[in-house]
Write a protein that binds this ligand. Structure first.
Ligand code: 3PY
Ligand code: MG
Length: 257
């Protein structure tokens, strides 16, 4: 069980991914065939759930790309099932407190870090994957290090405790949701507002000090370039149906003028 994206992070490389919201395995397969480093299958906002996510995870594995899932909420079952079907990492939305992150870790990491429920699902090759064959302790150790737990920072509660959250054992990285964060701060989508800019710096530094990676959502490529210039390394740029829409309109414009 190898997380190729995590290896790039550990080597200090910059990475780029996108959200998959259409929920269609063929569309996801095209994404998996590109140079995108990872994709986040979005069951928070996308109109689909675990079985569709599992089929999309399969296509990313086929093409040696990395499938992450944004879970629909932080309940035990939402977290457990996505790991069992083989997600290489979970983005957890709407995190408000340190207590909530403790619960997320307990659901998402095996002992000795948490209390993840034990089952040999498809992520464990139905009990026959290489990391299962190495024995129980090796299986839990490898699963814990390769299945990433990534709480979102998009609420005032998470922002206020971001240094503590980033340091927690079991938190692998933080994902910034700029839209919800700015709304929660009372400055909706005012991404040039000094308080918002300060918040971005605060989250990035909290991650750096804790030795964790930091991802940030970017509405378009220009925002992504700005974030990289600011010192972010991992950008999530747009979503599948946005690229599809833009490409179709660009084609019409190019043909018909
Ligand atoms: C936000 O901006 O709120 C997000 O969750 C981005 O995905
Ligand atoms: Mg959000």
């Amino acid at each position: 069980m190898k997380n190729i994206w995590k290896e790039k992070i550990m080597r200090g490389e910059k990475t780029m991914g996108l959200f998959i919201n259409a929920g269609d395995a063929s569309t996801a397969e095209i994404v998996a065939m590109t140079d995108m480093d990872y994709a986040i299958i979005d069951t928070e906002h996308g109109p689909f759930d675990v079985e569709s996510a599992m089929n999309m995870i399969r296509v990313f594995e086929l093409h040696n790309s990395t499938p992450l899932v944004r879970v629909k909420d932080s309940n035990r079952n939402s977290i457990l099932k996505m790991l069992d079907v083989g997600a290489k990492g979970l983005i957890i939305p709407q995190v408000h407190s340190v207590e909530q992150v403790k619960e997320i870790i307990s659901y998402g990491k095996y002992f000795p870090i948490g209390d993840r429920g034990f089952a040999y699902g498809r992520g464990a090759g139905y009990g026959h994957a290489d990391h299962v064959m190495q024995g129980l302790n090796k299986y839990t150790e490898i699963s814990n290090s390769e299945s990433l737990i990534i709480p979102q920072c998009e609420t005032v509660g998470a922002l206020e405790h971001i240094e503590e959250i980033a340091k927690m054992n079991g938190v692998d990285g933080i994902f910034i949701g700029p839209f919800d964060l700015s709304i929660a701060m009372g400055i909706p989508c005012q991404f040039d507002h000094p308080s918002f800019k300060d918040a971005l710096v605060r989250i990035r530094l909290a991650c750096e000090e804790a030795g964790k990676f930091c991802m940030v959502f970017c509405g378009d490529e220009n925002v992504a370039k700005t974030r990289l210039a600011e010192g972010f390394k991992h950008v999530t740029v747009g979503c599948d149906y946005g690229y599809y829409y833009n490409a179709l309109n660009a084609a019409v414009k190019s043909v018909l003028g």
